[in-house]
Design a protein around this ligand. Structure first.
Ligand code: AMP
Ligand code: FES
Ligand code: ZN
Ligand code: ZN
Length: 324
C-alpha cells in the first residue's frame, strides 16, 4: 500500500478518495479538507475567534487540534452533562488535551452551575435524555459564545453524522429540519454563528487522526444514546458506502449544493416572530425559553441513578437533529 502523493508506505486507505496516504500526507489531507470546508462555506474569516465545543470524543478533539494547526484562535468549551463516569472521563480527556496544547478550555457543569444533570433533567421534564441534552447543549454553547465575544461556535459533527441526520430528515420529510441542516448557520440576534468544519471528513479518518497525532479520547459512546435512531441510519449508510464508496459524500454534499435552498424558503418569516425569554433574554416564541423551563422543572429534583433511568426508559428516541 503506497501513498498517493509520495509513494512511501501508506497508513490508511480512503476508498472515497480511491487512494492511500502516508502519515504526513494523511495529516495534510485532514488539514486541507477542513480548510476547504471553512473556505467553501465561509465559516471563518482570518483572525476570527472560535469556540470549539469539545465533548472529549475523537471528532471534537481532532477539530480543535486541526483549527489550532491551521492557525485559528480556538478556545474549547466542555459541558459537564452529569452522565456518571462517562462524563467524568470525557472531561478528563478534554482537560488533558487543553493542557497538552496550552489552550484555553472553558467549562460549564450542569449540576454545579444549573442544579441538574441530564438523567435528572430528562425525567423531570419528561423528555428523552438526548432531547434534554441537545437542548441544554444548544443553549449553553450559544450563551458561552455570545458572552465570550466569539465569532463562531464550532462542533465536531463529521460527514457520517451529517449524512445520518440528513437520511433521517429525508426519510421522515422533516422539511423544517432540512431547512436548517447546514454546515454554517449565520449569526442572528441572540444566536452566534455555528459551524461544522468536519463535514468533509468521516468518522474513521477522525479516529485515525487522533491515533496519529497521539490524542487520547473518550472511546465510549454516551450510555444514554443506546437505541438512538441515528445509529441505525449510520449502519444503513455504512452498508451503502461499502458497496458504493463516496455515496455518503455525494448524498450530503449533493443535498447542500442542489437541494438545500429549496427547503430554506420561508424560515426567515418564522424567525421574525421570536420574543425574548423573561429569565435569560434569549430568543423564544414563549415567555420562558425551553432551556429555562427545563432548569425550572429539573431544579430541586432528586438525582436519578443512571442504571435505574435506563431501565425505566428503554431506548431513547430523540427528536431529529436540525441545525444545532
Ligand atoms: P453529539 O451531539 O454528542 O453527537 O455531539 C456533537 C458535537 O457536539 C460534538 O462533536 C461536540 O462538538 C459537541 N459536544 C457534544 N457533547 C459535548 C459536551 N459535553 N461539551 C461540549 N461539547 C459537546
Ligand atoms: Fe447527550 Fe448522551 S451525550 S444524552
Ligand atoms: Zn505520502
Ligand atoms: Zn431562557
Amino acid at each position: 500500500m503506497k501513498c498517493r502523493v509520495c509513494r512511501g508506505p501508506a497508513i490508511i486507505d480512503i476508498r472515497r478518495h480511491n487512494a492511500n496516504f502516508c502519515t504526513e500526507h494523511f495529516l495534510r489531507l485532514c488539514r486541507d479538507q477542513v480548510a476547504k470546508a471553512i473556505k467553501e462555506h465561509s465559516m471563518l474569516a482570518e483572525g476570527e475567534r472560535v469556540l470549539v465545543a469539545v465533548s472529549g470524543g475523537k471528532d471534537s478533539l481532532a477539530l480543535w487540534d486541526l483549527l489550532l494547526e491551521l492557525g485559528y484562535q480556538a478556545d474549547g468549551l466542555y459541558l459537564g452533562l452529569g452522565i456518571g463516569e462517562y462524563s467524568d472521563e470525557s472531561g478528563d480527556y478534554a482537560r488533558a488535551f487543553a493542557e497538552s496544547r496550552g489552550a484555553t478550555l472553558l467549562e460549564i457543569d450542569l449540576r454545579e452551575d444549573y442544579g441538574y444533570d441530564i438523567p435528572t433533567g430528562a425525567r423531570a421534564a419528561r423528555r428523552a435524555p438526548c432531547s434534554a441534552c441537545g437542548l441544554s447543549k444548544r443553549h449553553l454553547f450559544d450563551e458561552a459564545a455570545l458572552d465570550g465575544g466569539y465569532d463562531a461556535v464550532a462542533t465536531g459533527h463529521n460527514l457520517d453524522d451529517e449524512a445520518a441526520v440528513l437520511f433521517g430528515n429525508v426519510l421522515h420529510w422533516h422539511t423544517e429540519y432540512l431547512a436548517r441542516q447546514l454546515p454554517v448557520l449565520d449569526a442572528r440576534p441572540g444566536f452566534p454563528r455555528k459551524i461544522k468544519p468536519l463535514v468533509r471528513l468521516g468518522e474513521r479518518e477522525m479516529a485515525a487522526y487522533c491515533l496519529v497525532r497521539g490524542i487520547p479520547y473518550q472511546v465510549e459512546e454516551c450510555p444514554m444514546a443506546a437505541g438512538n435512531r441515528h445509529i441505525a441510519y449510520k449502519e444503513a449508510l455504512n452498508e451503502i458506502e461499502s458497496r458504493s464508496p463516496g455515496a455518503k459524500h455525494d448524498f450530503y454534499h449533493g443535498f447542500l449544493s442542489r437541494a438545500s435552498e429549496t427547503f430554506r424558503q420561508g424560515i426567515d418569516e418564522e424567525q421574525g416572530a421570536l420574543g425574548t425569554c423573561g429569565r435569560c433574554g434569549s430568543p423564544t416564541p414563549a415567555e420562558l425559553c425551553a432551556f429555562c423551563r427545563l432548569v425550572e422543572q429539573a431544579g430541586g429534583s432528586q438525582p436519578v441513578e443512571l442504571s435505574a433511568r435506563r431501565r425505566a426508559t428503554g431506548s431513547s428516541d430523540p427528536a431529529p437533529a436540525g441545525g444545532s
